[in-house]
Design a protein around this ligand. Structure first.
Ligand code: ATP
Ligand code: ATP
Ligand code: CA
Length: 218
C-alpha cells in the first residue's frame, strides 16, 4: 500500500514538499487555513483541505490519525506550529516532522514530542557558507558536531594520482566513500584507483581532518 502523507502549511517549504511527494508517486493531503492556498493545490495534491489545524476537532475530522507521516510546515506563526504539533502528538500520529523557525522553536518542538525537527534556512545557510568558502566543496552533510560527509571537486593537483599515492586514510584519517566521474559512480573505490581532474570525491571524516586534506590536496 502507498504511504499516506499530510502536509500542513502551504508556504514555499510546504508547497515544495507536497510537489516532490506527488512526483514520487505518494498520496498527499495538502492542508492550509488559507482558502486560496488550498485551491492552488486542488489539482496537484491527492486531496486538499481548508482547516485551522490548531483546533483538535478539525484535525480529527481530517482523519489525521490514519496518515503515516505528517509534516508541519507552518513557518512564521510559531504559536500555530507548536499547537498543531502538540495536537498531532496527542492524537497519536505515528510520525511527525516539523519545520522550525529558530533555535527556541526547535527546542520546544523536540520537548513536546516531534519525531524530527528540520531547520532548512539555517542548514542551507551552513551548506552554502561551506560552498563559498572553499570552491572545491560542492556539498556538505553534517553528521554530528565533529563529523561530516563532503563532496570535493578534484583539481590538477591530484590528477592521475591513486588513493595510495595520496595516502588519504593514513595521512588525513578520511575515507573516500565514492568517486563520481561523469555519469559513473565508483562506490568504495579500490586503493589503486586514480583520480582525475573533474572527478567528484565523496569523503567522510572529522571536520578538522577534512579541512586539512582539502587545504593540502584540493
Ligand atoms: P515558508 O517560510 O515555507 O516560505 P511562508 O513564509 O510562505 O512559508 P508561513 O507564514 O510560514 O508561509 O506559513 C505557511 C503556511 O501555513 C501559510 O500558507 C499559512 O496560511 C499556513 N498556516 C498558518 N497557520 C495555520 C493554521 N493554524 N492552520 C493551517 N495552516 C496554517
Ligand atoms: P589501511 O589500514 O590504511 O587501509 P592497507 O594496508 O589496507 O592500509 P590499502 O587499503 O591498500 O592499505 O591502502 C593504502 C593507503 O591508501 C591507505 O593507507 C590510505 O591512505 C589510502 N586509501 C586507500 N583506499 C582509500 C579510501 N577509500 N579512502 C581514503 N584513502 C584510501
Ligand atoms: Ca517564511
Amino acid at each position: 500500500m502507498k504511504k499516506q502523507f499530510a502536509v500542513i502549511g502551504l508556504g514555499r517549504f510546504g508547497s515544495s514538499i507536497v510537489k516532490e511527494l506527488v512526483d514520487q508517486g505518494m498520496q498527499v493531503l495538502a492542508v492550509d487555513i488559507n482558502e486560496d492556498k488550498v485551491n492552488e493545490f486542488a489539482g496537484i495534491a491527492t486531496h486538499a483541505a481548508i482547516a485551522d489545524t490548531t483546533d483538535e476537532n478539525t484535525l480529527r475530522s481530517l482523519g489525521i490519525r490514519n496518515f503515516d507521516h505528517v509534516i508541519v510546515a507552518i513557518g512564521d506563526n510559531i504559536q500555530s506550529s507548536i499547537l498543531t504539533t502538540l495536537m498531532l502528538v496527542e492524537i497519536g500520529v505515528s510520525h511527525i516532522t516539523v519545520k522550525a523557525q529558530n533555535d527556541y522553536h526547535e527546542k520546544v518542538l523536540n520537548k513536546i514530542g516531534a519525531d524530527k525537527v528540520v531547520h532548512p534556512e539555517r542548514d542551507m545557510g551552513i551548506r552554502i557558507a561551506h560552498n563559498i568558502v572553499s570552491k572545491n566543496v560542492l556539498d556538505y552533510l553534517e553528521l554530528s558536531d565533529e563529523y561530516s560527509i563532503v563532496e570535493l571537486q578534484a583539481g590538477p593537483q591530484v590528477h592521475g594520482k591513486t588513493l595510495i599515492e595520496l595516502d588519504v586514510r593514513a595521512a588525513y584519517g578520511c575515507n573516500v566513500m565514492a568517486v563520481k566521474r561523469g555519469d559513473d559512480i565508483h562506490v568504495s573505490p579500490a586503493a589503486d584507483e586514480a583520480l582525475y581532474t573533474g572527478d567528484v570525491i565523496i569523503v567522510i571524516g572529522a571536520d578538522r581532518d577534512i579541512t586539512r586534506m582539502e587545504l593540502d590536496l584540493f
